[in-house]
Design a protein. Sequence first.
Length: 228
Amino acid sequence: MLGLDLSFFNWEIISKFVKNGFIFSVQLTVVATLGGILLGTLLALMRLSGKKALTIPATIYVNGMRSVPLLMVILWFFLLVPTSFYELIPGGSNHRAEISAMITFVAFEAAYFSEIMRAGIQSISRGQVNAGRALGMTYAQNMRLVILPQAFRNMVPVLLTQTIILFQDTSLVYAIGAYDLLKGFTTAGKIYGRTEEAYLLAAVVYFVMCYGMSYLVKRLNTRIAIIR
């Protein structure tokens, strides 16, 4: 069929070349999501604080990151950060591309998660904010005990959707030589002389995973809508 060798699609090739790349892509997605949410929440709180000393730097960071292509940021960090930085990390010299990718993704995705967090916080009615103040809560207590728990529940579907997009974007680390899922398929395709089959199988894997996660997010969104 179309000159494709379907025998290329076998477990031996996947376990030998693709498995490690898949593991790294998942690790990168998890680290970037958790780190991005933590840093993004901090940036969102800074932008909502009303204090110029916090608002201006956070706004510059978020708007700056969102205005630059992710691939460019990946290349910038990988090429401009000195080798001595990676030597400070145990095993960093041997995994420069992977470490660079994780740090870059956390820094970049934080800008997008920040906007999601900011919108979620602002979706909570001012009445609840004022009620917290009336009870004598500080800004930090109000956010931690009243606002963020409610806002986070509203944001879960959007955060998960951004995570799916993040997983797709992990394929960009191929540009700096990191051994991700796409790199695994590409390597197998070159060794066996089946580049077309390798990219086709890679596309199928990305589609199945992202479509499956999107379906789960849709179901979760329906459940949350019912609870509301």
